[in-house]
Design a protein around this ligand. Structure first.
Ligand SMILES: Nc1ncnc2c1ncn2[C@@H]1O[C@H](COP(=O)(O)OP(=O)(O)O)[C@@H](O)[C@H]1O
Ligand SMILES: CC(=O)N[C@@H](CCC(=O)OP(=O)(O)O)C(=O)O
Length: 317
């Protein structure tokens, strides 16, 4: 089935400069299992989609991701993309003969590493995504957290076994000014944001992309935060099982966090911060499933792991 604006999708997020002033037209055959109508709370709403470096290693995944993001826009939502690029940074460091090391899921970042991370994230990964989205029209505008002081960070340690470990130029976001992102959304654009932030002192920091996406989602009062990765969701008792935890309340997740490791730690911390910060739902799902973005944002029952507010009582979800 092909879905069109005739189903009542608003033209919000559209600018006369983009695709003329006509009604938005969805072009995809609508994936099975997704609602026929866009839920009211999503019309005109900001949704933040984090595209992980592991989920984007295949160029065809980048293309389908870009198409899904544009479909969201055509459906009257206001998607914002925050991208990762961990594997791409590691590959470049490797080519340059520099060490890649992580503590609690965060890259140990020397000034040299910072230079490479910024170059790969903003000069390569972001450009590729902007290029893919813009094959559909003049939608995407790339920026980093540094631009217009959008993200302000302070140097943070990693917490390993209750101990603070110095990991260099890694930042935690302490302030987000979403004005520039909002302006782009109002102009009908799709911001594509690299996870690099600036300190009050002018220092540039490497920020985990999950935590950057989370902070931006809170600042935009987003309806959804959707994190696409390379596993089905949060596995219980990983790496010994691959049973996906389908639904978690923030309180349950808070209790689980100390048990989590590697890349899942910042990802689930990001979901927790986002939902506690007012984002209605956060999802972690496999970016390799067809139309993962649409399923994560629009699906009543998104595949993967869904984080909802509260202490487990159903009326919170
Ligand atoms: N409990 C868990 N459930 C699922 N994956 C886990 C878990 N703990 C650690 N991981 C690891 O986290 C990885 C995803 O995080 P990461 O590599 O940072 O991905 P991304 O680039 O998408 O941010 C998985 O590929 C898996 O190896
Ligand atoms: C501090 C820190 O770890 N920064 C990350 C930034 C990129 C990222 O988060 O990419 P993924 O989402 O693909 O993991 C890094 O240097 O790898």
């Amino acid at each position: 089935m092909s879905v069109t604006a005739a189903r009542g999708f608003p033209a919000s997020g559209m600018s006369a400069g983009i695709e003329g002033s006509g009604e938005p037209q969805l072009t995809l055959p609508w994936p099975e299992g997704l609602p026929e109508e866009i839920p009211d709370e999503l019309r005109g709403s900001a949704v933040v989609v984090k595209f992980g470096g592991n989920a984007m290693v295949d160029p065809s995944l980048q293309r389908t991701f870009a198409q899904d993001v544009v479909e969201l826009w055509r459906a009257g939502l206001r998607p914002v993309v925050v991208h990762g690029g961990g594997p791409q940074i590691s590959a470049m460091l490797d080519r340059l003969g520099l060490e890649s090391r992580f503590e609690a899921g965060l890259r140990v970042t020397t000034p040299e590493t910072m230079e490479v991370a910024r170059m790969v994230l903003t000069g390569r990964v972001q450009r590729e995504l902007v290029g893919h989205i813009n094959t559909h029209g003049p939608f995407a505008v790339g920026m980093t957290g540094e631009d217009a002081h959008t993200m302000t960070a302070v140097r943070r340690p990693a917490w390993v076994d209750g101990r603070a470990v110095d990991i260099g130029l890694v930042g935690d976001i302490v302030d987000v000014n979403p004005d520039m992102v909002r302006t782009l959304l109002e102009q009908g654009h799709i911001p594509v944001v690299s996870p690099v932030a600036r300190g009050e002192d002018g220092q540039v920091y490497n920020v985990n992309a999950d935590l950057a996406a989370s902070a931006l989602a809170v600042a935009l009062d987003a309806e959804r935060l959707v994190m696409l990765t390379d596993v089905e969701g949060l596995y219980a008792n990983w790496p010994h099982s691959t049973d996906v935890i389908e639904r978690l309340t923030t309180d349950a997740l808070d209790g689980l966090l100390p048990e989590l490791a590697s890349g899942m730690l910042p990802k689930m911390e990001g979901c927790l911060r986002a939902v506690r910060g007012g984002v209605r739902r956060a999802h972690v799902l496999d970016g390799r499933v067809p139309h993962a973005v649409l399923r994560g944002v629009l699906g009543e029952n998104s595949p993967g792991t869904t984080v909802v507010p509260g202490d487990g009582s159903d009326d919170n979800s």
